[in-house]
Design a protein around this ligand. Structure first.
Ligand code: MN
Length: 136
């Protein structure tokens, strides 16, 4: 594995983009940010990240539709995707797993634990293709 892992964050909210980037960079990750589905696909045409953090609610194409597209493309199908969801309902979490996410993290993120959570999911995603959920 590379010394530094690359995380692609798909998130449309600027305050969240800055917060997530700051926490992940402190944790020692390289970070790319995409504000929409098309932007995310642009980034993925350019590089293959080690993990994608996917906001479920995006303008236009939503995060779960985008997840299915990424999973359907052989170039990116193996990249683990973790949903970032403000949805509290269990059904929405199941939808995220059903779309191909390995886990979900509830928003707003907990800045004290987010970096460690992402690191754990990254090693889980690399070692094991199976799906797992993060209890919040
Ligand atoms: Mn959003």
């Amino acid at each position: 594995m590379k010394a530094r892992s690359l995380i692609l964050v798909v998130e449309d909210n600027e305050a969240n983009q800055m917060l997530v980037r700051a926490v992940l960079e402190l944790e020692g990750f390289d970070v790319r940010i995409a504000g929409s589905g098309p932007e995310a696909l642009d980034v993925l045409g350019d590089c293959v990240p080690d993990l994608i953090l996917m906001d479920v609610q995006l303008p236009g194409q939503d995060g779960l539709t985008l997840t299915r597209l990424i999973k359907a493309d052989s170039a990116t199908a193996a990249v683990p995707i973790v949903a970032l969801t403000a949805h509290a309902m269990t059904g929405d979490r199941e939808l995220a797993l059903d779309a191909g996410c390995i886990a979900y993290i509830s928003k707003p993120i907990d800045t004290r634990t987010f970096g460690v959570q992402v690191r754990q999911l990254l090693s889980a995603g690399v070692e094991n293709d199976g799906r797992r959920a993060v209890a919040q």
